[in-house]
Write a protein that binds this ligand. Structure first.
Ligand code: ZN
Length: 173
């Protein structure tokens, strides 16, 4: 069976950046399952997997535009220190949710000065080319419930069998 829209696909994968640093991997974990055509994974990887089948191995380089987007310099902003709680010790690398006009975004602290905190609202992988080494482990047709939810149900339940707490937003029974 080939990977096409509305198939549930399981893959083993290792993700590296251009410097060869491993950013993420399914090694030592269950394979990643996703629903093809439902944008569960980044568009560039989904595209590369279309038409593949069990046992296929591929290496894919995905440009930022087809992954987590280009780096947007306007999302890096200096915020006056007094806009943060006074008793909060702010350190470089800290991450927190910030409310913006575009809704809540995760920002990370780039630098801390006496009067200003520079924060970055880009996805940590924005502007990064992603290199995937992928092995296709399984391909099957999605069931109607999975299609309705827009994601696979693995091991007899939604998102790994847990009820309610998966954060996927779908209704569990
Ligand atoms: Zn579900």
């Amino acid at each position: 069976m080939k990977i096409t829209k509305d198939t549930v696909v399981s893959i083993d994968y290792t993700l590296t950046n251009d410097q060869g640093v491993v950013l993420d991997s399914s090694e030592g974990r269950e394979p990643l399952s996703y629903l093809q055509g439902a944008r569960n994974i980044i568009p560039g990887l989904e595209k590369a997997l279309e038409g593949k089948q069990v046992g296929d191995k591929l290496t894919v380089s995905v440009e930022p535009a087809e992954a987590y987007g280009e780096f947007n310099a306007s999302l890096v902003q200096a915020v006056p220190r007094e806009q943060f709680p006074e008793d909060l010790e702010i350190k470089e690398g800290m991450k927190f949710h910030a409310n913006t006009e575009h809704g809540p975004v995760m920002v990370s602290v780039k630098s801390v000065d006496k009067d200003a905190i520079t924060v970055d609202g880009n996805h940590p992988l924005a502007g990064v080319r992603l290199n995937f080494a992928v092995t296709v482990i399984g391909v099957r047709g999605a069931n109607p419930e999975e299609l309705a939810h827009g994601h696979p149900h693995v091991e007899g339940g939604c998102c790994g069998g847990g009820h309610g707490g998966c954060g996927c937003g779908c209704e569990h029974d």
